[in-house]
Design a protein around this ligand. Sequence first.
Ligand code: ADP
Length: 149
Amino acid sequence: MRRAVFPGSFDPITLGHVDIIERALPLFDEIIIAIGINSDKKYMYSLEDRKRYIEETFGGIDKIKVETYTGLTVHFCKKKNAQFILRGLRNTTDLTYEQSIAQTNVAIAGIESIFLVSSPSVSNISSSIVRDVKRNDGDISRLVPKSVK
Ligand code: ADP
């Protein structure tokens, strides 16, 4: 069973995340969308809402599970018997950030990261931009899936 964990804050899930998850579906038998809980971080959307938006977006797709976790992503992967971490790359800034984390994850746990480059139509989208637009009463409807709207 080829299982991947797609970790993130998903505050909130965006069309950028949806793009990566949908395109990764043929590559894996199961994808666990894993919402990381970091007690030092302030979120705009509650954990319950973030989880619900993801579940509503992918409802009915058996290969996709939604879970929450604390601690190291590689420990969560081991617990779930997942061999891979799935990540999206929008630009070279993402790559620079991801590179050392991915290398560390191989070194400490033997977990490989699989990267998909985002589709050009969504490479501008990030959860933080969505939060900024929302905070200032802008229209987020072209940035997020229906469940968040
Ligand atoms: P984190 O808090 O770990 O940055 P996010 O929820 O922001 O988590 O993102 C989770 C994953 O989704 C990361 O791999 C991130 O690069 C990817 N991602 C986010 N937005 C996009 C996008 N527009 N296109 C491709 N990948 C994206």
